[in-house]
Design a protein around this ligand. Structure first.
Ligand SMILES: [Zn+2]
Length: 453
């Protein structure tokens, strides 16, 4: 057998071993969901019968759908490799580039190739996205998107991605081709620069393209958040509320920003009494008309009280105090350095290209795709497992920080409420949990909160 055939088989086996392992874990969790119909003892009083059964059905639906989706992706991915779709697409991109007058320009051909690939991937995942939002999330009461919102959102995401492909492909190829023996150092510096640039513009330029951010109004919550931030010298610049409720009923909170320029973002779905600016306008507009008849039984409100929101924020501030974001950023950049260095050693071997059907050319972008995506499969697998462990450790540290600020009781309440609002299912298969939960399961967090008290 030829070297390239052996390599191809190895890659296919690696990808299928990895996905079989993931399937195995997910099936174990699915089995837990199917068989746990009664609330376990230690969850009594934490979750109601009704929420428990709702959460079970929601998670069962999403996990089964997830299995189908990744099975589909794996089959398509394998077909792309064994039917030599990539070299076909490459020669098509070359002829397109020739037509528009860029004969033999690797950069232009690569851009065309990547744009088509991104379009193809978008089309492949579109039916799954539609089903997930309008069938599964809808059925369980989470979807807030109208079809028009969804279409706009998807198109915005698609064109933004196309824009970044055009922006990034040329410098990457240029650096690899012109950078000499140590091009991986320049490539890495470029990646670090771009990451920092992206992180800087994301909150002000990119995020507002998708969601509306409003500064949190003056009031009890705002004052107390500012007091909390001041008490631990958190350099808080602004507090925003994001109208996540137009997208979904899931709730969250986070902070971002470099150095002394931190901002806190709260999802409106996190706040129990939050009224959006739109809703307020409507209210004033309809004041003169007939008052609406109120429903006899008011729907149970979702979201957290101010005390609970503050406890959630205390947890987030724990991430800041522990430098978790910075540490993870450094870790990912170090990882990128090693990946680029390994790439610089491997990308000259033509067997890698021949395995994927590239016999007469060795395009940089193809080398990057093959090496980073396929050859490094086992490395990515181990790394992502270690990162999951690390994130889990950080979560406990952040909870611990909130506890030291005296927020244990309200954090407990908030965690229980958020679990209820988001229909988290609190029972897990241990092996599935070990590999998949970057956030520790509810019960573990509650137990940890109890311990030190
Ligand atoms: Zn956290």
């Amino acid at each position: 057998m030829e070297m390239e055939t052996i390599l191809l088989y190895c890659i296919l086996v690696m990808t299928w071993v990895e996905s079989s392992w993931n399937f195995y874990l997910v099936l174990r969790q699915r089995n837990v969901l199917k068989t746990t119909s009664v609330i376990p003892h230690d969850l009594n009083g934490i979750i109601s019968e009704e929420t428990f059964s709702k959460a079970r059905l929601y998670n069962l639906d999403s996990i089964s759908f997830g299995i189908l989706h990744s099975l589909f992706d794996n089959v398509v991915g394998t077909l792309i490799i064994i039917l030599y779709v990539m070299p076909l697409l490459w020669s098509y991109s070359t002829s397109l580039a020739n037509k528009v007058g860029f004969k033999d320009s690797e950069i232009i051909v690569s851009i065309i190739f990547m744009l088509i690939m991104n379009t193809f991937n978008g089309l492949m995942s579109l039916p799954f996205a539609i089903y997930s939002v309008f069938v599964i999330e809808e059925k369980h009461g989470f979807n807030k998107q109208t079809p028009a919102f969804f279409i706009k959102d998807t198109l915005k995401g698609y064109f933004l991605m196309q824009f970044f492909i055009v922006l990034l492909t040329s410098p990457i190829i240029y650096i690899v081709n012109a950078g000499g023996d140590y091009f991986f150092i320049y490539l890495w510096l470029f990646a670090v620069f771009f990451t920092l640039f992206f992180m800087t513009i994301y909150p002000d330029v990119i995020a507002p393209l998708f969601d509306k951010y409003t500064p949190l109004e003056d009031g009890d919550l705002r004052t107390r958040i500012e007091e909390l931030a001041a008490s631990i010298q958190f350099p808080l610049k602004k507090i925003y509320v994001v109208e996540g409720s137009k997208r979904s009923a899931h709730s969250n909170a986070y902070f971002y920003g470099f150095y002394k320029n931190k901002r806190i973002v709260l999802f409106d779905t996190l706040l129990i009494d939050y009224v959006s600016s739109d809703a307020k306008n409507k209210e004033t507009a309809s004041e003169s008309s007939e008052p609406e008849t109120k429903p006899l039984v008011p729907a149970e409100k979702k979201g957290c009280t101010n005390d609970e929101v503050l406890a959630v924020l205390a947890h987030e501030l724990g991430h800041w105090k522990g430098n978790h974001v910075l540490k993870q950023l450094i870790l990912s950049q170090v990882n990128l350095f090693f990946l680029f260095m390994a790439f610089s050693f491997l990308f000259k071997y033509d067997v890698i290209y021949r395995a994927f059907g590239f016999y007469d050319s060795q395009p940089v972008i193809i080398g990057l795709l093959i090496i980073l995506q396929f050859i490094f499969t086992p490395y990515h697998f181990i790394l992502s497992f270690l990162l999951t462990l690390l994130t889990r450790k950080y979560e406990f540290e952040a909870d611990n920080f909130a506890m030291r600020l005296g927020k244990a009781e309200f954090l407990r309440k908030a965690l229980i409420k958020l679990n209820k609002d988001n229909l988290g299912f609190p029972v897990y298969d241990w092996l599935y949990s070990t590999f998949n939960h970057s956030h520790p399961p509810l019960l573990e967090r509650l137990k940890a909160l109890d311990k030190v008290e």
